[in-house]
Design a protein around this ligand. Sequence first.
Ligand code: ATP
Length: 536
Amino acid sequence: MHIPLYLDQLSLLISLIGGYKGLNEEVITGSGKNSWKSEAEGGESGDIQGPKVTYIPPPPPEDEDSIFAHYQTGINFDKYDTILVEVSGHDAPPAILTFEEANLCQTLNNNIAKAGYTKLTPVQKYSIPIILAGRDLMACAQTGSGKTAAFLLPILAHMMRDGITASRFKELQEPECIIVAPTRELINQIYLEARKFSFGTCVRAVVIYGGTQLGHSIRQIVQGCNILCATPGRLMDIIGKEKIGLKQVKYLVLDEADRMLDMGFGPEMKKLISCPGMPSKEQRQTLLFSATFPEEIQRLAGEFLKSNYLFVAVGQVGGACRDVQQTILQVGQYSKREKLVEILRNIGDERTMVFVETKKKADFIATFLCQEKISTTSIHGDREQREREQALGDFRCGKCPVLVATSVAARGLDIENVQHVINFDLPSAIDEYVHRIGRTGRCGNTGRAISFFDPESDNHLAQPLVKVLSDAQQDVPAWLEEIAFSTYVPGFSGSTRGNVFASVDTRKNYQGKSTLNTAGFSSSQSPNPVDDESWD
Ligand SMILES: Nc1ncnc2c1ncn2[C@@H]1O[C@H](COP(=O)(O)OP(=O)(O)OP(=O)(O)O)[C@@H](O)[C@H]1O
């Protein structure tokens, strides 16, 4: 195989031929088992013999400008106010309209101002008072609409009000809050948000994730840990090694909660809530956030939440962000590369994420684009953590305007100025499509998503795609409607037209529904299958 040798793409080449020995690393192999999946299985705990991971991520910049660096809200930010919101469950506290109404302390208000937030997004308007009232919550709101601050701010407000017990002077760290998310890059991003909002307070946030040296994670924790941001595998390792105590946990947050509760991570999360010392659901506050919430997953969530939890749905559950202009092109697998290059040449230097199905393909397409002299990097679960972070850094700063990724980068990542998402391969499940295209069109900015639909392999997606497109008021190609019609599945209850919710609170028999700006309902699509390859 001919491998190109563009110098700035050397790491890509290295990952292709397998194995790399970095400056601060002892052993690196191309086993492909250094991903979040293997973490969840305990692969990095030392219980299973494997190469010792010695990567220590560089500390994030400490200066105030870097901590509060943010991008501008877009022209459609004010349109968030027109999105329909549904709150269900008993005795929901009323929404707030301004940050002032939240009655947060002065330090938090200062941090909010420094972060450039002047106006609440809908998920924040509804979730903040619910969390401040001590209620459990399942919240569903479109990608890029501020879910992270929606849980961080009220948790921090309560921690400031109630005081914290964990401190650097304690032998055993007992965090008051644990936040889990499915990928390393996402949990790191959440940590940076927690660090930003807790700036100047006595609350210390810590992040731990796989692919990094375990000793490094432990050293971060022993310096004091009030908010622990963690990927599931590393969290369970640390708990298993008795490096943290769980008795003080008052807040448990599952970001991308539907992913955290599905077949991939669900068992790990169940273990977490039954760990010795972990307060029962009656004793802690549990908060679940995502842009998608299949009904089956909502039912599983009952084990984690108090029975009187509140459910907030901003817009359609599982709906795509309307600020993303979606285009579906019919492209057979052998024409995809040519089409990709044509599109990327038209796009020029604008930041673009290209999603592919497998880790191997990510490397292959990235190398191919480099050969075409399109500056590209890649992120997927077979790359070393150092390489993953480097790739994301190069993409964020614009050094490599094209990032080829597997679904490991589909959820949560908030990168400034991603103007385009290209689904070179469509994911196997529609929810994953919604998350992927949500990497653009964030925070009121507009974005574009182009997806290659291969009739040989993607017909099962035609029906849900038509629904997602029409619900987001996008043009639906006639050929796609035809395929959807010809592959009609009777059980699929999503409407293909009109403004309906894809799903609602699954507690059908709740009473005392509090309804705000509501529209009608229909039932949901089936949950995502776990796609081992694309989720690394
Ligand atoms: N009230 C606000 N004012 C201005 N910017 C905000 C506000 N709330 C959030 N943001 C910014 O909007 C961006 C998207 O927020 P965030 O990453 O929390 O979205 P999300 O809903 O969690 O998305 P996803 O579903 O993709 O995880 C971030 O850069 C965040 O700092």
